[in-house]
Write a protein that binds this ligand. Structure first.
Ligand code: DC
Length: 213
């Protein structure tokens, strides 16, 4: 059982994916953390995230045990992750880990930008989670404030718009809604309501898949 959840930055897909995984008793992988960890290691080695060679070296040496690092959520690493994610060689290197994770029993919920399109095109259910940029900025700003990170809501919105543009316009595996994905717009939904909506969409999609198969 594989559930693919894609969507733009701060759409709520990460929180949803975690809760959906707990609900169905599946493993969960937040693939944004892979790109953030590559960005962290590139910078730690004195490299430039825009430099394909430096980012590729970090991707090849990535230690999966370091993915739990709480510092991966900072705005700087979000920005740098979006830069390392631009390099096709980096994406290719991270693909094997993601596909192996998807094969774990009894199944996995994987969230990111290209899960339904590239990583797991045969996923049993595909969800595309979105919200307006303003609402996403509001949510992310509140999270940063709670974590004591000093940014303004305006800066967060500018960062989100820049990241959307970069993630949607890269040549390889750009962010886009897979044709066979179900859309979940969380703009007017608090997290509990979004979770209930996700479960009913997934149950309905699994029911359809069951009848088809
Ligand atoms: O979801 P996030 O904010 O943690 O993702 C950080 C960056 O990583 C995002 O701007 C683009 C990149 N990314 C990607 O290219 N493909 C994925 N499957 C996940 C993240």
């Amino acid at each position: 059982m594989i559930i693919a959840i894609d969507g733009p930055a701060a759409s709520g897909k990460g929180t949803l994916a975690k809760r959906v995984a707990a609900h169905y008793g599946l493993h969960h992988l937040d693939t944004g953390r892979l790109y953030r960890a590559v960005a962290r290691d590139t910078l730690a080695a004195g490299g430039d995230p825009s430099d394909a060679g430096a980012a590729l070296a970090a991707a090849r040496a990535l230690d999966a045990k370091s993915l739990d690092d709480p510092d991966l959520r900072t705005p700087e690493l979000g920005e740098a992750a979006s830069l390392v994610a631009w390099h096709p060689e980096v994406r290719k290197t991270l693909l094997a880990y993601q596909r192996a994770f998807a094969r774990r029993k009894p199944g996995a919920v994987i969230d990111g930008r290209d899960i339904g399109t590239i990583v797991c095109p045969d996923a049993d259910v595909k969800l595309f989670v979105t919200a307006t940029p303003e609402e996403r900025a509001r949510r992310r700003y509140r999270e940063f404030k709670d974590d004591g990170i000093d940014v303004t809501e305006k800066e967060v919105l500018a960062d989100i718009l820049a990241r959307d543009t970069r993630d949607e316009n890269r040549a390889v595996a750009p962010l886009r809604q897979p044709e066979d994905a179900v859309l979940l717009d969380t703009t007017n939904l608090a997290i509990d309501a979004a979770f209930r909506a996700a479960i009913s969409l997934i149950d309905a999609a699994m029911g359809r898949a069951g009848r088809a198969g």
